[in-house]
Design a protein around this ligand. Structure first.
Ligand SMILES: Cc1cc2nc3c(=O)[nH]c(=O)nc-3n(C[C@H](O)[C@H](O)[C@H](O)COP(=O)(O)O)c2cc1C
Length: 302
């Protein structure tokens, strides 16, 4: 069967994308990127950001906690220096946007509208500086407002990346859908605190975000919940490192999946997932993704 997945006018050669923040901007791993379904760039802000002080990442039981703090060169350098390099990436490139104000999300969107990137992923796990630092994605009204404002400014594929921290992502997914998002992606990292032997925070940013296999069962739960709540495609992630993991997310209702932390272990981690999925499709005789998508079975949530 063809592994291709089409969302609106964007053709992903297979359903496996590299997740934001774990694969650079994509051009750094060209041999891998060109065999993936797509690449989501690291979070981009208007102004350059130096990120948080070190240490920025620490290993925990079956996962990592990071507090990178959105280190990136800013949108002007991105356009001038990184975009030309991205021309060599053959799969669709989605730019992950981060901002502390609605107007900044809008400005980033307008700045990128005439560029050849395939789509935008709004990282709504950022604190809203005008609302006392409450995370945009924890408030369905904010999600709707910001998605609507960005939607007005872009004809590109618009993905809204949801948080599952202290909010029901089914509610925020519905808000994103109502405001014109083409797809939602989830989950982002989960709030985390790691202390050292003296009881002091280990990360330079004090708290961080948990990712990797530790979050997979919760991520699957959230993806299934959201896939049942909205009609737009769902992009699932959280602890995926094997073809079996990806298969489970598709059974839970995902159209595409993203591989994050596994890329930090092996830069070709996402490629392993593609290869395994292709093998599974062949040996299990699937005719199309519809054979397995959402087939985890109906039933109530406990
Ligand atoms: C080091 C690191 C940096 C990340 N940076 C971003 C980012 O800039 N923007 C974003 O939306 N998500 C970011 N994420 C979250 C991932 O894209 C992904 O949602 C999360 O890690 C869950 O997937 P995983 O368990 O496969 O890593 C980052 C994750 C890690 C581990």
């Amino acid at each position: 069967m063809t592994l291709e997945v089409v969302i609106r006018d964007v053709k992903f050669p297979n359903p496996v994308l590299a997740a934001s923040g774990t694969f650079g901007f994509g051009w750094e791993f060209l041999a891998v990127a060109n065999r993936l379904g797509g690449v989501v760039t690291k979070g981009l802000t208007i102004a350059p950001r130096a990120g948080n002080p070190p240490p920025r990442i620490v290993e925990t039981a079956s996962g990592v906690v990071n507090s990178v703090g959105l280190e990136n060169p800013g949108v002007e350098v991105f356009k001038r220096e990184i975009l030309p390099r991205l021309q060599r990436v053959k799969c669709p490139v989605i730019v992950n946007l981060a901002a502390g104000k609605e107007e900044e999300f809008c400005e980033l969107t307008e700045t990128l509208e005439q560029t050849p990137v395939a789509g935008l992923e709004l990282n709504l796990s950022c604190p809203n500086v005008k609302e006392g630092g409450v995370v945009f994605g924890q408030d369905a009204l904010q999600v709707e407002k910001i998605t609507r404002a960005v939607r007005k400014r872009t004809g590109k594929l618009l993905i809204v990346k949801l948080t599952a921290n202290f909010v029901d992502p089914a509610d925020t997914a519905k808000a994103a859908e109502a405001a014109g998002a083409d797809a939602v992606s989830l989950i982002n990292t989960l709030f985390a605190l790691v202390l050292d032997q003296e009881g002091k925070p280990l990360l330079g940013g004090r708290t961080g975000g948990l990712s990797g296999p530790a979050i997979k069962p919760f991520a699957l739960f959230c993806v299934e919940r959201v896939a049942r709540a909205v009609k737009i495609p769902v992009i699932g992630m959280g602890g995926i490192k094997t073809g079996q993991d990806a298969f489970e997310f598709i059974c839970a209702g995902a159209h595409l999946i993203q591989v994050g932390t596994a890329n930090l272990v092996k830069p070709d981690g996402a490629l392993e997932v593609v290869k395994e999925l292709r093998r599974m499709a062949r040996t299990r005789g699937w005719q199309s993704w519809d054979d397995i998508r959402g087939k985890a079975g109906e039933g109530r949530f406990s």
